[in-house]
Design a protein around this ligand. Structure first.
Ligand code: ADP
Length: 402
């Protein structure tokens, strides 16, 4: 995914000559601390423009060390690191850091400064005037879902954990950095708020086109929001670097398989969208059709249920058992308890199927009916993502009418 920021919004111009080049590039990077600990070894890693990459791995595998090297808080023992084509090791450290947003757990806010003052930290360092700083600060607070008038004058201890984290993100985005580094940014937020915050952040990041390198020990977080996941083992060794679906579906090493967990199949469902090509298409009837016609249609199909539509709009279903002659389909149709949108994940679809004991579920694209999701479709969709892998002949589940 090579997203660029919209120049029309005047936010960022990409440096000429670097189009298509990775935004962050680590080559042969090694970090050995003074006491001999090798935190990172022979690391090659590239992050494309506009990409969100998650570094995951157990505690001590070198994730924070990598972030701190990219941000030039510490220097690698050997190897090279480039950000937007600039060699960070030889760049002016403080100047470079101002061009890179950095978000840490709990937001890392200054406790004795108001929310507005926290967000204004870097603009002030850069000498922005008061008016410009205030406009930008309030705009950013709005962007992360806070009310500048209400929350701006408050101090960090007067905010919830989730709100503090939002302020941390706003502060890091203050001068619209092309690169954002995040170290366990959602770690201190309670689980329910965390889910929402992650997704909101992901939408914001996609909208702004910011390149993000994010550290987390939480594979679920990585799977939920990252374009690619770099799985590291202790010693800073890169075990696998791929999309969430591939890391979960085809772990490259035993280490990755055990790190992503035995329930990785369920996790894959959460990151795989429903696709129309995997749906089945039972016969459809219109509400105005007669039940006699419906019985004829069903007799010529191997499924014993049909979808009832009014034009393109879903109105319910009928099965052979419930049809009696001499009526209209509209009179005898059963309504659906639930539907899913084609953009929902397979996990959402599958849990609806299980929750309603139906065995299948109609799928809509906005309001238009597009097909039926069955356990078999779920299986087909998972296999489609891994075209090169032959898993043997798993028995498939036959779709049944509810
Ligand atoms: P992670 O973020 O994955 O938990 P870190 O990058 O913090 O891992 O640490 C990687 C390894 O480097 C660990 O073994 C840690 O103890 C060690 N380490 C981190 N910082 C230092 C330091 N300043 N001096 C010596 N060892 C360090």
């Amino acid at each position: 995914m090579d997203q660029h920021r919209d120049d029309a919004t005047g936010t960022i111009s990409t440096s000429p000559g670097h189009d298509g080049e990775p935004m962050i590039r680590l080559a042969g990077v090694r970090k050995q601390y003074g006491d001999g600990t090798v935190a990172v070894d022979s690391l090659d890693l590239e992050v494309r423009r506009g990409e969100l990459v998650a570094l995951v791995g157990p505690s001590g595998c070198g994730k924070s060390t990598i972030l701190r090297m990219v941000n030039r808080l510490i220097e690698p023992s050997s190897g090279s690191i480039e950000v937007d084509g600039t060699d960070v090791i030889h760049a002016d450290g403080p100047k470079m850091r101002r061009g890179i947003g950095y978000v840490i757990q709990s937001g890392g806010l200054f406790p004795h400064r108001s929310v507005r003052d926290n967000v204004a930290t870097v603009p002030r360092l850069l000498g922005w005037d008061k008016k410009r700083t205030r406009t930008r600060t309030d705009e950013l607070l709005g962007l992360v879902g806070l009310d500048a008038e209400v929350h701006g004058p408050r101090y960090p201890h007067e905010l919830s954990g989730g709100q503090r984290q939002r302020v941390g993100v706003a502060r890091a985005l203050a001068v619209d950095p092309p690169v954002l580094l995040m170290d366990e940014p959602f770690g201190a937020v309670d689980p329910q708020v965390r889910d929402r915050l992650q997704l909101e952040f992901r939408r914001l990041q996609q909208r702004l086109g910011t390149t993000v390198l994010l550290v987390t020990h939480d594979i679920d977080e990585a799977v939920r929001i990252a374009d690619r996941i770099a799985v590291l083992s202790v010693g800073g060794v890169l075990e696998q670097y791929d999309s969430p679906a591939v890391v979960l579906g085809a772990p490259a090493t035993d280490f990755v398989a055990s790190f992503v967990g035995s329930d990785r199949g369920l996790r894959r469902l959460a990151v795989t969208p429903i696709q129309t090509e995997d749906l089945i298409h039972p016969p459809t009837l219109q509400v105005s059709d007669t039940t006699d016609h419906a019985l004829q249609v069903l007799a010529s199909h191997d499924l014993d249920f049909a979808i009832v539509l009014d034009g393109d709009d879903l109105r319910g279903w009928v099965s052979q058992k419930t049809l009696q002659r001499g009526q209209t389909v509209g009179e005898v149709r059963r309504r659906f308890d639930d539907t899913v949108d084609v953009r929902d994940s397979l996990k959402t679809g599958f849990s609806e199927i299980v929750a309603h004991d139906a065995g299948w579920l109609p799928v809509l694209d906005d309001d238009r009916y597009v097909g039926v999701l069955t356990p078999e479709s779920v299986h087909a969709a998972l296999r489609r993502l891994l075209p090169d892998r032959v898993d043997g002949e798993l028995p498939s589940v036959r779709a049944v009418a509810g």
